[in-house]
Design a binder for this molecule. Structure first.
Ligand SMILES: Nc1nc2c(ncn2[C@@H]2O[C@H](COP(=O)(O)OP(=O)(O)OP(=O)(O)O)[C@@H](O)[C@H]2O)c(=O)[nH]1
Ligand SMILES: [Zn+2]
Length: 210
């Protein structure tokens, strides 16, 4: 069972909003997952908005052309800034295969494999991630009911299988750009992500709260 190890206040983002960064004891993987809690008086405390974000150094930090992770992170942060809620930042680089292996997978994708096939060619599962630790982190934060920002049905299924009620999912926009279309199409077709790839990029970041 995970427990809170440390919680310290900080201000985040361009608007320097009040938040807390939280570390945990007892995560089985030994990975240094963290939570960022956005402190908003208006936040829904019975069913907070949660983003479970898997680390992507190339996308989150460098806004790489190959994926949409950085844009999804920014979109989630702007929603959490406004409405309150919690970001769980999971250190699951490359869907759990690590950065160097992800770069090997990119090289294979440049020779024609899609993002899932490349993982398999390297000897990994299409997706190595488990989200049971995310459920553990939520329980440590006294949360058993959430509104989840995601397009990935597996995140919802795994949270529910681990005792968290997902009241609704909030999709992110489809962040297409030159270089990531094949990746997004594979996520939609093979990963069953709920992505609307015909979306007009001009309408991004406007539809995701109802
Ligand atoms: N192995 C591998 N990992 C990738 C690739 N592109 C992005 N990733 C990783 O995929 C993870 C993000 O997964 P996604 O499938 O984009 O999205 P998701 O987190 O499942 O779903 P959402 O909640 O909708 O964002 C991050 O850990 C990225 O580092 C790739 O081509 N190969
Ligand atoms: Zn990425």
């Amino acid at each position: 069972m995970a427990k809170i190890r440390q919680s310290v206040p900080l201000k985040v983002g361009a608007a320097q909003v009040d938040a807390e960064i939280i570390s945990f004891f007892g995560l089985e993987s030994g990975l240094e997952h963290i939570a960022i809690k956005f402190v908003r008086k208006s936040a829904d405390v019975t069913s907070p908005i949660i983003r479970i974000h898997s680390e992507c150094l190339t996308g989150d930090i460098f806004h790489s052309s190959r994926c949409d992770c950085g844009e999804q992170l920014e979109e989630s942060l702007s929603l959490l800034d406004n409405a309150g809620g919690i970001l769980l930042y999971l250190r699951q680089e490359g869907r759990g295969i690590g950065l160097y292996n992800k770069l090997d997978a990119y090289a294979l994708q440049d020779s024609g494999l899609n993002t899932y096939e490349a993982n398999v060619r390297l000897g990994f599962a299409e997706d190595q991630r488990q989200f049971s630790e995310a459920a553990e982190m939520l329980k440590a934060l006294d949360i058993d009911r959430v509104q989840l920002i995601t397009n990935n049905p597996v995140k919802r299924e795994q949270l529910e299988a681990n005792g968290i009620i997902v009241e609704k999912t909030i999709p992110t926009s489809a962040h297409t750009k030159p270089g990531n279309l094949a990746y997004l199409k594979a996520k939609q077709a093979q990963g069953k992500h709920s992505l609307n790839l015909n979306e007009d990029p001009e309408t991004e970041i406007t539809h995701f709260i109802d």
